[in-house]
Write a protein that binds this ligand. Structure first.
Ligand SMILES: [Zn+2]
Length: 180
């Protein structure tokens, strides 16, 4: 796990993402901060929380690797509520016994997506009846850098207002970022 974390940091540095070590955070294998919250061509911005944000290196890497295809589709910023949060998973309206991937710093809850032209797409209002957010979901799923995105489509009870993106840590850290 430790070697995997070091390998991830090397890969992230090669992709020119600036990061620094974050303090011990229960559950997070490789806690880092990305002060700019820029992951190649896309940015992450909080909807209300204040930085800094603890993130596992593997989520930072997955975001950086999917960034080119998202940017190509017109994504500028993913606006999120939380990343690291030590708690149990909530799926289908029920709290599970298992820990949420947020406990590991491997997941991000995206409530809004800002397009390059400044248009803000809110998952709560614009997911159904629009194509942009569904396209984002599809591209993230196709990248294989994330586990299946939880969305208003596949988990309306607990994910009606956000997309839950969680890094697929099985994916080799050394692969080059995807090109559109
Ligand atoms: Zn989530």
């Amino acid at each position: 796990m430790k070697a995997q974390g070091e390998q991830c940091k090397v890969a992230l540095a090669e992709l020119q993402v600036e990061f620094k070590r974050a303090p011990f955070s229960r559950g997070v294998a490789t806690p880092i901060y990305v002060p700019s919250m820029r992951f190649a061509a896309i940015g992450l911005a909080p909807t209300f929380r204040k930085p800094p944000f603890v993130i596992d290196c593997h989520l930072a890497l997955a975001l950086t690797q999917v960034a080119p295809v998202l940017a190509e589709a017109g994504v500028k910023t993913l606006r999120f509520s939380s990343i690291y949060n030590y708690r149990r998973a909530i799926v289908g309206g029920k709290q599970k016994r298992s820990l949420s991937r947020h406990s590991y710093g491997l997941a991000v809850d995206v409530f809004e997506v800002e397009e390059l032209d400044g248009t803000i797409h809110k998952v709560a209002n614009d997911y159904h009846g629009g194509s942009f957010l569904k396209r984002v979901e599809t591209l993230v799923n196709q990248s294989e850098r994330f586990r299946l995105v939880l969305s208003p489509d596949n988990d309306p009870k607990s994910h009606s207002d956000h997309l839950h993106l969680e890094a697929n840590v099985e994916y080799p850290a050394t692969l080059a970022p995807q090109r559109p």
